[in-house]
Design a protein around this ligand. Structure first.
Ligand code: ADP
Length: 390
């Protein structure tokens, strides 16, 4: 309550309301005269009951009054919905009150065409005058604050642009570094392969083992660079969203990992129908591919991977779910795994780079979607993505 009283607009409003009540109590005659219409002539008489001029005034006053009521209702709704985010929101309420009271003065103009309730019309004007004067007075001290706010918005916009540029440069740098690393890596791989093939027999078994290690490490680095470039591509490329048939993206994803699926004896069950989604076809295929290859990879040794893919409609969104019978993920890691290079296992247990889910997240966010996972250790996982329905 004390917080409310600190608000200058509310405080002045309360004082105004108190003054009105005091006047009514002190001069009870005021109340009696309020709706008396027999002392004066209605405006229609001044208009000589001319229908044209009456229509002109009545329709204009009605339109102005209704527009004022609509404007102030919209302002009140805006302030109510976004009160935490709008600075000086009480000022908007003051404007709302000022506008609505102006609206009522116009309604009184309509009434007094036929009924001479000029006392009431006058008091409505008093309320309007009070609201206008209070708003005008309250506006003055706000001027420097509003200037400061405009300045702060400009500074934060400048910062945003700088940050965006720096981010863009960083991404370009990461891309070119990853790209340029590939050439020397290819040379290392090529030379090591040639050395093993051409001079392998002459090497001691220990030297051969070192050679294998060099080849394995360079292969892993190549995969890492490829994944990083893939991630970078998603960030840098401009995409066009269009209606996509999920079935065809799923079929493309499955055929890209067909040999892996065959080797693991994996079963992928595509269940039910899929409403079309608004997406970018290659991104959606990439997302499904990453989720499917994880689903068949992260199973207990000796378990045959079984994956279900199905869709659910949530409001105007389509939720695609990839559910597996794998090792599951403990609750404390379920957010972490979407970050770059976050892995819960060693590469000897489960191979990978830790970039797959980061790619999934980036791609889904770029398609204006959401994603998540529901899982329990040992109970399998259900990765879901939500995209707008086409
Ligand atoms: P990668 O598969 O290359 O390791 P990801 O970014 O795709 O990298 O996944 C990150 C980590 O999240 C994985 O290393 C794994 O620990 C966990 N993970 C991802 N998918 C699954 C899944 N379907 N079941 C269990 N764990 C998973």
């Amino acid at each position: 309550m004390t917080k409310l009283l600190r608000n200058p607009f509310l405080r002045s409003g309360l004082i105004g309301a108190g003054a009105v009540v005091a006047v009514l109590l002190l001069f009870p005659g005021v109340l009696k005269d309020l709706v008396r219409a027999d002392q004066f002539m209605p405006h229609a008489t001044c208009y000589l009951r001319n229908p044209g001029i009456i229509f002109l005034h009545v329709s204009s006053d009605l339109a102005i009054g209704l527009a004022y009521v609509s404007i102030s209702t919209t302002l009140a709704y805006l302030v109510y919905k976004a009160r935490a985010k709008i600075p000086f929101h009480w000022m908007f309420l003051a404007f709302g009150l000022f506008i609505i009271t102006c609206g009522f003065t116009h309604f009184m103009e309509v009434w007094t065409v036929w009924r001479a309730v000029y006392w009431l019309a006058g008091y409505v004007k008093v309320v309007c005058a009070l609201a206008s004067v209070i708003t005008a007075i309250a506006l003055f001290p706000l001027v420097p604050k509003i200037f400061a706010l405009i300045n702060a918005v400009k500074v934060s916009e400048d910062r945003r642009v700088k940050l965006e540029n720096a981010n863009g440069e960083l991404e370009a740098f990461a891309y070119s570094v990853s790209h340029d690393l590939r050439a020397p890596l290819r040379a290392v791989q090529g030379m090591a392969t040639a050395l093993r093939e051409d001079h392998g027999e002459k090497l001691e078994p220990e030297a051969q083992e070192y050679m294998d290690r060099i080849l394995n490490a360079s292969k892993r680095m190549d995969t890492l660079i490829r994944d990083m470039l893939e991630y970078s591509k998603i960030t840098r490329t401009e995409f066009e969203m269009k209606p996509v048939r999920v079935e065809s993206a799923l079929a493309d994803a499955q055929s890209s990992i067909a040999s892996d699926l065959r080797e693991r004896g994996a079963e992928i069950r595509v269940e039910g129908t899929f409403p079309p989604v608004l997406a970018e076809p290659t991104l959606l295929t990439q997302v499904l591919l990453n989720l499917l290859s994880n689903a068949v990879k992260f199973v207990e040794p000796g378990t045959r991977p079984e994956v279900q893919v199905y869709a659910q409609e949530v409001d105007s969104k389509v939720r695609l779910c990839v559910k597996d019978n794998g090792i599951g993920i403990a609750a404390q890691y379920q957010e972490k795994i979407f970050k770059m290079f976050e892995r819960l296992h060693s590469t000897s247990e489960y191979p990978g780079t830790g970039i797959g889910l980061a790619i999934v997240q980036k791609a889904v966010l770029r398609m204006n979607g959401r994603l998540g996972v529901e899982s329990e250790p040992g109970q399998g996982s259900c990765f879901w993505i939500e995209l707008p329905r086409a």
